[in-house]
Write a protein that binds this ligand. Structure first.
Ligand SMILES: [Zn+2]
Length: 471
């Protein structure tokens, strides 16, 4: 058996050599690009590395500002390609090799069309130029090569045609599939083998596709049912929750002061200590223009790390837990008797918003405001914004009388500077329940409610949770 296998492997090895040459020899003929919503002549020129005037002249455009989506523009010749081009966003969970296999486009052509030098330039949501014809074809099913078998061995064992494999998966001498990597169909194996080989992750989505400083992101994954999944992102490990069979979701909070740029997101399927399957992709984190507050002068003791650090750590520690139960339903209720609609539209109810950059006693702007300050006289009622379990209720030096509620799935809310606290740690609370009164305890410059929302270890903008439903 093995001897025969080796013999067939040798034969197959020769078959692969000429594949990569076939594409390079094609001539350069006309190409067109289908204008997408949001495109400008400038962005298209950038995309294809030509000048705006060249593009305008080639297409005889009288008014380059009037470009409508769906228009077909002539593009200067692209080596090795002729036909219609379009642009699609790179899905979360896909890399260049995956796109190449899914749509049966040689990777060299993909890189040339997109002026890509290295494949790690590609992040989720990045716009990718692809030949339109390839998008119209039905993609082959996604399968994963078992760890102990090469693709060729599998092809031989399942009596499949190695040529078809090679073509379907855009394999060349330099592009090969490694065990554990996803590839595209073509194995005429028994149903049982096929289902075992099926990719564990079918589809991933990220909302918004570009994460933002201080904002909440939602990652959804569709795949096999019953997996234990987690994501490693920005130095945190966050578990997925299986909402329905095979449908997973997780919430990610982005730190308000995170450096904008690309960060790897690794999604892992784990069983015990073993990672069964994983993939990693770059995700874009964008900048939010949070305002810079006027420099503040405070009693130096109030920013003495000897006092603030231990309290910050203690406070954050309560927000690090992950309760698999989701207690909240829909949008958060307003935590104050003020009208939520009025406050959200007028903006008159905040004395300070989340994310504001702050400087204390001449320091650099290393601080940010971790919550939303809601105006209110001393004794104004405070309501729980959603169902949950109280995890902290007590007095702290900086935060004064403070409460924290666990709403499940890594979501917590916090309340500072209260006059009275009406709940105790361990108590179940309901949306709209009276939990305390506004005060000015701790380091506060007058009565107000500092309201915080934590999402998997990070404070995020509470206004998002008051104005939309997660996940
Ligand atoms: Zn505050």
């Amino acid at each position: 058996m093995i001897g025969k296998l080796v013999q067939r492997l040798l034969v197959v090895a020769f078959l692969f050599i000429p594949l990569s040459l076939a594409w390079a020899q094609e001539g350069s003929v006309g190409a067109t690009y289908l204008v997408q919503a949001g495109d400008t002549l400038w962005s298209i020129a950038q995309r294809f590395r030509v000048s705006v005037s060249e593009l305008a002249a080639l297409n005889n455009l009288q008014n380059p500002n009037q470009l409508t989506a769906g228009t077909e523009l002539l593009i200067p010749a692209i080596e090795g390609f002729s036909g219609r081009l379009t642009a699609v966003p790179l899905a979360l969970g896909e890399n260049l090799a995956g796109v190449s296999r899914k749509f049966e486009i040689p990777i060299e052509l993909l890189m040339r069309l997109n002026h890509i030098v290295t494949s790690n330039e590609m992040y989720a949501g990045a716009s990718l130029v692809l030949p339109q014809d390839n998008l119209d074809a039905t993609p082959l099913p996604c399968l994963v090569l078992p760890e102990d078998l090469s693709l060729l061995e599998l092809a031989i064992l399942t009596e499949a045609n190695p040529w078809e494999f090679a073509v379907q998966n855009q394999l060349t001498q330099t592009v090969q599939i490694l065990p554990g990597e996803p590839y595209r169909g073509g194995i005429e194996a028994q149903g049982e083998v096929m289902s075992e080989l099926a990719c564990p992750f079918v589809e991933l989505s990220l909302s918004p596709t570009r994460l933002l400083q201080g904002k909440t992101g939602v990652i959804r994954l569709r795949g096999r049912a019953g997996m234990s999944l987690q994501a490693h992102f920005m130095n945190r490990m966050i578990p997925f929750v299986e909402e329905l069979a095979g449908e997973y979701v997780l919430l990610v909070g982005v730190h308000a002061m995170a450096q904008p740029g690309l960060y790897p997101l690794e999604v892992q399927w784990v069983s015990g200590d073993t990672v069964e399957y994983a993939f990693s992709q770059m995700v874009n984190v964008g900048k939010v223009d949070y305002p810079y507050d006027n420099p503040l002068t405070v009693d130096p003791e109030t920013i003495d790390p000897a006092v603030t650090e231990p309290e910050n750590k203690l406070w954050a520690s309560y927000a690090q837990a992950f309760t698999p139960t989701k207690y909240w339903q829909g949008e958060f209720v307003f935590p104050s008797p003020l009208s939520k609609e009025y406050c959200l539209t007028s903006g008159d109810c905040w004395s300070s918003r989340f994310g504001n950059r702050r400087s204390y006693n001449g320091s650099t702007y290393d601080y940010f405001h971790t919550g939303l300050d809601i105006v209110g006289r001393e004794g104004t009622e405070i309501y729980a914004p959603a169902d949950g379990v109280v995890v902290f209720a007590g007095s702290l030096t900086v935060r004064g009388k403070a409460t924290m509620i666990d709403h499940g799935w890594g979501v917590f809310t916090g309340y500072y500077h209260q006059k009275e606290i009406y709940v105790r740690a361990g108590e179940r609370v309901e949306a709209g329940q009276l939990i305390g009164l506004v005060g000015s305890t701790g380091r506060s410059q007058g009565p107000h409610l500092h309201f915080e929302v934590w999402v998997n270890g990070v404070q995020v903008d509470p206004l998002d949770w008051l104005s939309q439903t997660y996940p």
